[in-house]
Design a protein around this ligand. Sequence first.
Ligand code: UDP
Length: 323
Amino acid sequence: MKIFVVGGAGYIGSVCAQLLLDEGHEVAIFDNLSEGHRRAVDSRANFIRGELADRAQIEAALSRTRPDAVMHFAAYALVPESMRDPSKYFRNNVSNGLNLLDAMVATGVQRIIFSSTCAIFGPPERVPIDETASARPISPYGESKLTFEKILRWYDEIHGLKFVSLRYFNAAGATEHFGEDHRPETHLIPTVLKVALGQSPNVEIYGTDYETPDGTCIRDYIHIVDLARAHILALAASASGFYNLGTGGGSSVREIIAACRKITGRKIGTIEKPRRPGDPPRLIASSEKIKKELGWRPQFQSLDAIIESAWAWHQKFPHGYEE
Ligand code: UDP
């Protein structure tokens, strides 16, 4: 198939592009490199530098490449930043995303795989969180993704645009070539590994008074290769749908730090800080629906294997892609 990967120079998009190319698909990557990196673009892909904010640009790129499907990874994805600057999140994640959908309708591209997030749920009534849980986001980031999911439903109903929306829990890990390089880095695992590399003095633990066994937040860390495989399976989905994607297990902040100490063999100091706004205490996925309907199976079930892959990448690229 011909796949048009929007945001394919970013963390998850780059890995998905790699897997698509490995499987023999043709890939065009559309990215403005505001968050992504030129070196994260697979050399086998056709790279188009462009702006989602510019509807004409995206329409021209779709007309030229004539893809069978779009994968949409291009979004801002930081809860704390969204709590300070909601406009940035609604503008990019909703308005610019609409440009993409309208350009798809105009050029007759009828299938989209969308990167959604567990942040659409907010604090859950129960864990694991399945697709019937109510969506009550507590950050503009989560709200922006939920809004886009609602738009997808209407575009399906009105324009016949088929979608699969994948709600990622916490993406983590790396392949040999592609890994996590956000600037600034705020995600837990790369932040801890930077302390292990001696690039920053301590890990700050945001909140130690949550109602969890060790007082720190629990997240479901899922390997990006498992996320990428779900996208490829979604290409063959017979109907539109929403799927939660995680391993079904959870690790606390302190457990992540302990695992990183064990795997790196390095000293990792910590400082306890107040809670970070917008953080629910515990997010764990139920991925039964995608297992049943699309035949998805996570291959990286252990936290250690996920962190080992991330550590291998960070050692190989200690200063990320810009080195
Ligand atoms: N966290 C932390 N210190 C950090 C970064 C993150 O304690 O330097 C915590 C954060 O408050 C959350 C968890 O680690 O409870 C995962 O945060 P991350 O930003 O990696 O992902 P999120 O769950 O926000 O998507």
